[in-house]
Design a protein around this ligand. Structure first.
Ligand SMILES: [Zn+2]
Ligand SMILES: [Zn+2]
Length: 366
């Protein structure tokens, strides 16, 4: 087996290699004057373009604000194969691969140029240098936020319909948001996040929801949102107010909740009956304090939720109700009486229609 001291000349008798590719095989820096003229058998001139690759990378990073990065490369398989061929012929083991060398070198150059550091575990941005397609792509690690919104005007829905063109994937028509517009509470939040983070898209984890015509008062309803590919990672949006909705971004969190969170909701409800409400019926409603109520949930499964507090007042055929119940309690069903017992309609003895319900408080239960 050839020793590393004299392996370089032997390789050069067989192959034309550039200094960098030869140095890798020899595992030491080989001076340039022994180089033969011609294009490097392994990298096909790639190493001479390393400065161009740096420029391409810097251009791709231009709109990103970040602290750390990780750089990866997609190297054409023929390059790797040619390097393997040279190595097996000269029985070279444990030398650095062209791919690892390239990413390391570019990483060093990038650090020198930008002052940002390499992070192998949790980089702010991941840079992929695609030498097959000759392009550089950058992805920024998602940021997750926890916030709350208050809604003081009726008529705005919580969620936005998906874009009909791309079904939520993001396209030119929806400006990559995946949404049909930005006219909901979700839309107001998304607009603010796009402006602040120059992000691509968002993904929400809501903590319950309310009707389009419901108000959400006091501290408001909590939500979590994943900000996907945020280009401006240091943005700190605090709040946004629009169309009677006030959103506060409270803090950054590690991720979206991995399971549905348990919470209680306090609601104020206005309902109308076909007849006047008797004091006997009122007493029965008020006796539902601390009662578990079963009903058919979304997927046709029976669900049980607790009413912790209830207080009803009536005037004629109008019923005012305050309730503290588990999140996911079917309030309108409970009033109307479909597939749920006991219900307000059943107790009153005639059809009761929910006119409005407002959310007064949403509290996590732990
Ligand atoms: Zn080379
Ligand atoms: Zn779309």
């Amino acid at each position: 087996m050839a020793s590393t001291v004299n392996i370089a000349p032997s390789i050069l008798k067989k192959y034309i290699l550039c200094t960098r590719c030869l140095s890798r095989q020899a595992k030491e820096k080989v001076s340039g004057n022994i180089r033969r003229k011609g294009i490097c058998y392994i990298c096909n001139g790639l190493m001479e373009r390393i400065d161009d690759l740096l420029e391409l990378t810097l251009a791709a990073l231009e709109e990103y604000r970040y602290k750390s990065f990780l750089l990866g490369a997609m190297v054409p398989s023929q390059m790797l194969e040619r390097e393997d061929e040279v190595r097996s012929r000269f029985k070279i083991k444990g030398a650095e691969s062209i791919k690892s060398y390239l990413t390391k070198q570019l990483g060093k150059m990038l650090t020198k140029k930008t002052g940002k550091r390499v992070d192998y575990v949790k980089p702010d941005v991941t840079i992929n240098i695609d030498l097959v397609g000759n392009k550089v792509t950058v992805r920024s690690k998602p940021i997750h936020l926890y916030g709350r919104y208050v809604k003081r005007a009726r008529g705005l829905s919580q969620r936005q319909e998906r874009c009909g063109n791309c079904m939520g994937k993001g396209c030119v028509k929806c400006d990559n948001t995946g949404l049909s517009g930005l006219s909901s509470i979700e839309g107001i939040i998304v607009r603010k996040l796009i402006d602040a983070f120059k992000c691509e898209r968002t993904k929400f984890a809501w903590v319950g929801g309310e009707d389009k015509d419901s108000l959400v008062l006091n501290k408001g309803r909590p939500f979590f949102v994943k900000v996907i590919n945020p280009r401006l990672r240091f943005a700190k949006p605090r709040s946004v107010t629009k169309n009677g909705v006030h959103v506060r971004f409270i803090k950054r969190v590690g991720g979206l909740p991995d399971k549905p969170l348990r919470f209680k909701t306090k609601v104020r409800l206005l309902a109308e009956c076909e007849c006047n409400i008797t004091s006997a019926a009122l007493a029965k409603i008020n006796a539902l304090n601390n009662t578990a109520i079963s009903f058919l949930g979304k997927h046709g499964r029976e669900v049980s939720r607790n009413i912790y507090e209830i207080s009803a007042k009536a005037s004629g055929n109008t019923l005012n109700l305050m309730m503290l119940a588990d999140g996911g309690f079917a309030i309108k069903q409970f009033v109307g009486g479909d597939g749920i017992a006991p219900s307000i309609s059943q107790i009153v003895g005639s059809k009761v229609i929910c006119k409005s319900f407002d959310v007064l408080d949403v509290k996590f239960t732990d």
